[in-house]
Design a protein around this ligand. Structure first.
Ligand code: DSN
Length: 413
């Protein structure tokens, strides 16, 4: 059998370069992780060759003897893991999953109410540049300027004013646990369905270290590749009464054939996520986020909300005299990979905002504990405090490369 190395040396070399980058650097992008070798194997499997439009037992193509079993296994494992009544495992990723929910329940022009993008919401929660804000009437809620915490009272008032058909809970950059019971009350009071997008913290929910939205939400979406540590995909979970509407919205509403290789890789990831080892991993993700937050606060960094209760930290760098983008670039040069991020009430533009976002899911997968996080905090402080010092940045990059050798990343030889 020909492999990539023989067929395409350019792509082979680039794959090796990316593998090296992922091995040598400290990856702190809050939405990223390292999947296991088993998940990678299923992702790169012969299931790529198969078309399977439809659902198990009702496909539009023959030859589904194996695929139906794989999809049913993925569904059952997701149900067991999260306690969901119905699960659809076919969404290609988080954005199409959210779009499918809108298609299931809304007509163009209907109102949705989601967390504002600059306050930590996601593009698909109604941002004006996204289809969710273009095809629907999108209203938003956000954080209190004083505390940086979600302003539930303002959310309630907004919901009562605009009477959305769907309230979207969930975030990409909010470092606190959200109150699902309160969201449920507000949804009931305003006559809305409650959609929780738990993409960022799904792994923490699976590990039992974060409250679950399942008992409260009508529909829950999640990607499978962030803290959940699976392949690049998404699932939609809902109450039984919405099962047919959701399935119809995913296929044929939004998509054609599911990516069966991803379905199999999800099944593997759900099996891994049901283990005690994964539970310990998720607790460590949180412990590591606390350790990093404490170190950075000691160094005078301005953390939004003052700390974290999940896997992520949002830092306003205004007082440090550096923009988020400049900080992210110099940190990358030093071997610390983060993304620049708007902070709530940011006076700067989204392409060069005031903050950076950090997460601990990936480094925890390679075995970092509190001690290592404190060292990471020291390095971040040194780089951000003296970003022009190219020699110091290069020296830290070398130190990080050697340091990382002691923490082999899952899925990388
Ligand atoms: N792009 C993801 C993140 O970084 O949070 C969300 O889709």
């Amino acid at each position: 059998m020909m492999d990539v190395r023989q067929v395409d040396s350019q792509i082979y070399d680039l794959l090796r370069q990316e593998e090296q980058r992922q091995a040598d650097k400290i990856r702190l992008i809050a939405s990223e992780n390292y999947t296991s070798a088993a998940v990678l194997e299923a992702t790169g499997s012969i299931l790529t060759n198969k078309y399977s439009e439809g659902y198990a037992g009702k496909r539009y193509y023959e030859g589904q003897q194996v695929i139906d079993q794989i999809e049913n296994l993925a569904i059952q494992r997701a149900k067991d893991l999260f306690g969901a009544e119905h699960v659809n495992v076919q969404s290609y990723s988080g954005s199409p999953a959210n779009l499918a929910v809108y298609l299931a329940f809304l007509s163009p022009g209907d109102t949705i109410l989601g967390m504002a993008l600059p306050h930590g919401g996601h593009l698909t929660h109604g941002a004006s540049v996204s289809i969710s804000g273009k095809y629907f009437h999108a209203e938003s809620y956000g954080l209190s300027e004083k505390t940086g915490l979600l302003d539930y009272e303002a959310l309630r008032q907004k919901a009562m004013e605009c009477r959305p058909k769907i309230i979207v809970a969930g975030h990409s950059a909010y470092p606190r646990i959200i109150d699902f019971a309160l969201y449920r009350d507000i949804a009931d009071e305003s006559g809305a369905l409650l959609l929780v997008d738990m993409a960022h913290f799904a792994g923490l929910v699976a590990g039992g270290v974060h409250p679950s939205p399942i008992p409260y939400a009508d529909v829950v979406t999640t990607t499978t590749h962030k803290s959940l540590r699976g392949p690049r995909g998404a699932i939609i979970m809902c109450k039984k009464e919405y099962a047919a509407a959701i399935d119809k919205a995913v296929f044929p509403g939004i998509q054609g054939g599911p990516h069966n290789n991803i379905t199999a890789a999800m099944a593997v990831a759900f099996k891994e996520a049901a283990t005690d080892e994964f539970k310990e991993y998720t607790q460590q993700v949180i412990n590591n986020a606390h350790a990093l937050a404490e170190t950075l606060v000691e160094k005078g960094f301005d953390l939004i909300t003052g700390g974290t209760e999940n896997h992520l930290l949002l830092i306003d760098l205004t007082d440090k005299g550096i923009t988020g983008k400049a900080a992210a670039q110099v940190l990358d040069a030093a071997g610390l990979v983060v993304n620049y991020n708007a902070v709530p009430f940011d006076k700067r533009k989204p392409w060069d905002p005031s903050g950076i976002r950090l997460g601990t899911a990936a480094v925890t997968s390679r075995g970092f504990k509190e001690e290592e996080m404190r060292q990471v905090g020291e390095w971040i402080d040194t780089v951000v405090t003296d970003p022009e010092n190219e020699q110091a940045v290069a020296a830290i990059a070398e130190d990080i490369k050697s340091f990382c050798k002691g923490f082999p990343a899952p899925g990388i030889n």
